[in-house]
Design a protein around this ligand. Structure first.
Ligand code: CA
Ligand code: CA
Ligand code: CA
Length: 435
């Protein structure tokens, strides 16, 4: 990724757009980045329903509701046209594990996340299996952080699916599996109470290069910790579906479960003190009774997103449009500065052939761009009035873009810039097809 000088980019954009340059505001609190198992919807209807692939930000003590960090429409861009059918329709249906890479940049984009998907996902450069942990790359494709074959080997199991990850200060990768697995490793069997069946609740840790993983917390230990937190004697927590380091208790871990019961559903637990409902910014982490959701979610990917803010974003009402289309395409903008304008830019989707450039706008957003200044669509964008979206006092706006004349077979990438803060949105992909 080509990193351009921040001031230079700001000044250049300001000149192009005739906008004032404002500095982003740094936040000092912790927040969560989560994904859900079955999707989610906010009661306020401020955002369209979130897919299980969406990554959501929630800042305890500050957020009234969860806020999108990346929609599935953004994953469509990052994955690219994996099945080579001419459409950017290859994002996974569900992201089930996330963790900031130890080499994460200060900008914290989706490229800084190690991820595991719940299904095989085809990229242009190859497929990612549900047991693989990978990091998507700005130039397209992915690098393998830990392969399914490796994690299978170090647990002496076969055919695994990884559903929770975290990087420990020890340099180990902590992980959990999506299903119960039988191990043949005598060391793991002994650590598991002489039981070869490793529950999907188990949290493992593995140091790259080592031949075997170790058990950090057994199924029995995690049930005991959740029981202590819930103040009742639980016989099951179903699954451990998300793990992260607990910023409030160094050396301890946060975890979420696959249970939808009143005692466990939507709650984030800590291993600290023998098990408790976790707190962040001194607020208990319970999506069941807050977070602005219309129903209690199962949290299936979990990470801490420190010193962040709700990013400005866009989402299209449809991302696959049969053309000629009679109705305009609605594109929602959210998280923008009150009273601002969001300028939308359109480029032909040629990812991953095109090289995105980084737009270092500070910690306040997703500072990567797929804008291609040589693309005639991009060049026209700033001159099309309908692509300048007025923003309300609550940071919302919507564009109704006529798309009747777009030829079938066209795919475009859409990205926005808040003209007050010069914060860029994550890109989204839209495909136009004949049928
Ligand atoms: Ca495709
Ligand atoms: Ca997985
Ligand atoms: Ca699990």
């Amino acid at each position: 990724m080509l990193h351009l000088d921040s001031r230079c980019v700001r000044a250049g954009l300001a000149a192009i757009l005739g906008a004032a340059v404002a500095e982003p505001v740094a936040h000092a609190q912790d927040a969560l980045l989560v994904s859900t198992n079955g999707g989610a919807q906010v009661l306020s209807a401020r955002f369209a329903a979130f897919s299980p692939a969406a990554l959501l930000r929630y800042e305890p003590g500050a957020s009234a509701e969860v806020h999108p960090f990346a929609h599935r429409q953004t994953l469509d861009v990052l994955v690219g046209d994996g099945n080579n059918n001419g459409e950017f329709d290859d994002a996974p249906t569900n992201v089930d594990a996330i963790a900031w890479s130890p080499s994460a940049s200060q900008w914290r984009t989706p490229f800084d996340l190690a991820v595991s998907f719940s299904t095989t996902t085809r990229f242009a450069g190859g497929s990612v299996r549900d047991g693989d942990v990978v990091q998507m790359q700005p130039g397209g494709g992915f690098v393998v952080v830990a392969s399914e074959a490796t994690l299978s080997s170090v647990t002496s199991t076969s055919g695994i699916d990884v559903d929770a990850i975290a990087f420990l200060p020890s340099g180990e990768l902590a992980f959990s599996l999506a299903e119960d697995e039988v191990t043949t490793d005598p060391g793991l069997i002994a650590a598991n109470g002489n039981d070869p069946k490793l529950g999907d609740e188990t949290i493992f840790a593995w140091k790259p290069g080592q031949p075997a993983a170790r058990i950090v917390h057994t199924k029995a230990a995690l049930i005991a910790m959740a029981s202590a937190a819930a103040q009742q004697n639980l016989s099951s927590i179903v699954d451990v579906t998300g793990i992260a380091l607990d910023p409030a208790n160094p050396g301890e871990m946060l975890f979420t479960t696959g249970s939808s019961s009143r005692a466990l559903g939507g709650k984030v637990f800590t291993t600290a003190g023998g098990g408790a409902i976790a707190s962040m910014n001194n607020v208990p982490l319970d999506a069941q009774n807050s977070w602005g959701l219309d129903a209690q979610p199962v949290l299936d990917a979990l990470e801490v997103y420190a010193q962040s803010k709700d990013p400005v974003g866009i989402r299209a009402a449809m991302d696959r449009i049969v053309t000629p289309a009679a109705t305009p395409l609605m594109v929602d903008c959210y998280g923008a500065a009150p009273g601002s304008t969001v300028q939308l830019f359109v480029s032909h989707a040629r990812f991953p052939a095109q090289t995105p450039f980084a737009m270092p706008v500070g910690i306040a957003g997703l500072p990567f761009a797929f804008l291609t200044p040589g693309d005639p669509l991009f060049a026209q964008s700033a001159n099309i009035p309908i692509l300048r979206v007025p923003i309300s006092t609550t940071g919302l706006g919507a564009a109704r873009i006529p798309v009747g004349q777009v030829p079938p077979g066209t795919s475009v990438i859409l990205q926005g810039v808040d003209l007050t803060t010069l914060e860029a949105t994550a890109p989204i992909a839209i495909d136009f097809t004949a049928s």
